[in-house]
Design a binder for this molecule. Structure first.
Ligand SMILES: Cc1ncc(COP(=O)(O)O)c(C=O)c1O
Length: 390
């Protein structure tokens, strides 16, 4: 019986059918159970920062796990503190909280904003504003901040006090943010929504409105963080400084981690307000530190900029491509003829993995180690697929 058949028999039905069973990876390449090699422009959905099989996080994880893998948050351990110091130094933030996923990081940030709101103006100051097209995760609070009825309706009632406003509409944002707003939650580039870049003027307005109403501005950098856009954090490209950012995906190259970084807040969490058993465990924190060190040592910010430009330019020049969006190695290719799922399947048949992020757009989020030959291979393969379908 194949792994796919066994999985179909035993796993819950929350994911659509999966086309491949992957067994091995190296850099930007992965192999399936039939031995076929693929160029991986998905990277576990923007997670495998250093490429598959990189020794640095694997070694750090194994060494730390052999010494002291987990202690809970009843005790200090050095790797979590070192990771917090490192992330604060890179971001200019001053406090860190660790958890295990992007959704959990956003849950924590939502609670942080509500705690702040209550401290400064009482329980009525609890509303969380997010944007149409937003994706903040599948847990109940993060889901309430996420856009899209199909994701939410089956699970109602969701947490109350959430509102989504049209993306990029400054008047709508002005009308929404008020005295009862606790926080504004924004992905600087919306990932799951289709790689929609939020412009700097809109982010600056969000900053201004949060200042005016003493609300927290939180950037969800779960997908954009740790070099993906060519900067450590996307907010550093915009010049708009949030009060907090959330991180996950790229932070530990596939090991489960989430984080919230914030400015110091007298109005923030009190002991007992929030927690998680595993967050910041020594073994995972060591893996994250090793990932960050390798991103720096291998100049992957520079590579994300250079290869991102090459990828975007090459894709933009292809017949059948209507537009290219994104920054660094977070790129969406809008197809003039639509059918992104069909094009993604055709690319897979030719050995290139991409994700159809909307009905008409492909998302390219490869490991940050991708090289020029691999970028060119991706471009030429899409050229061939689009020519065949023209
Ligand atoms: C911007 C953003 N926020 C939050 C999440 C949720 O992260 P997780 O799947 O780790 O819970 C995702 C996942 O795709 C994301 O892209």
């Amino acid at each position: 019986m194949s792994i796919a058949d066994r999985g179909t028999d035993v796993m819950m039905t929350n994911y659509p059918p999966r086309p491949l069973t992957l067994v091995r990876g190296e850099g930007c390449w992965v192999w399936d159970d039939a031995g076929t090699r693929y160029l991986d422009l998905v990277a576990g959905i923007a997670v495998v920062t250093l490429g598959h099989g990189h020794p640095a996080p694997a070694r750090a994880l194994a060494e730390q796990a052999a010494v002291l893998g987990h202690v809970s948050n009843l005790f200090w351990s050095e790797p979590a503190v070192a990771l917090a110091e490192r992330l604060c130094a890179l971001s200019g933030m001053e406090r860190a909280f660790f958890c295990n996923s992007g959704a959990e990081a956003n849950e924590a940030a939502i609670k942080l904003a509500r705690r702040h709101g209550r401290e400064v103006a009482g329980a009525a100051k609890h509303r969380i504003i997010s944007l149409e097209g937003a994706f903040h995760g599948r847990t109940m609070g993060a889901l309430a901040a996420t856009w899209g009825e199909s994701k939410k309706a089956p699970f109602e009632p969701l947490a109350a006090g959430f509102q989504q406003v049209p993306r990029g509409d400054q008047d709508a944002l002005r009308a929404a943010v008020g005295p009862d707003t606790a926080g504004v939650l924004i992905e600087p580039i919306q990932g799951e929504g289709g790689v929609n870049v939020i412009d700097d003027a809109y982010l600056a307005l969000a900053r201004e409105l949060c200042d005016e109403h003493d609300a927290l501005l939180v950037f969800d950098e779960v997908q954009t963080g740790i070099g993906r856009t060519g900067a450590w954090f996307s907010f550093q490209r915009s010049g708009v400084r949030p009060d907090a950012i959330t991180l996950a995906k790229g932070l530990a190259c596939g090991l489960p981690i989430g984080a919230v970084l914030s400015r110091p807040l007298d109005t923030g969490f009190k002991p007992g307000d929030h927690g998680t058993t595993y967050g910041g465990s020594p073994a995972i924190a060591a893996g994250a530190l090793a990932t960050i060190n390798a991103v720096e040592a291998e100049d992957l910010l520079g590579n994300a900029q250079r290869m991102g430009e090459r990828l975007a330019e090459g894709m933009r020049a292809l017949p059948g491509v209507a537009a290219v969006r994104g920054a660094g190695l977070m790129v969406a290719v809008e197809l003039a003829a639509g059918d992104a799922a069909g094009v993604a399947a055709a690319l897979r048949d030719r050995g290139v993995l991409v994700n159809a992020v909307t009905d008409s757009a492909l998302r390219l989020i490869p490991p940050l180690v991708i090289d020029a030959t691999q970028v060119d291979l991706a471009i030429e393969t899409l050229r061939a697929v689009l020519a065949e379908r023209a």
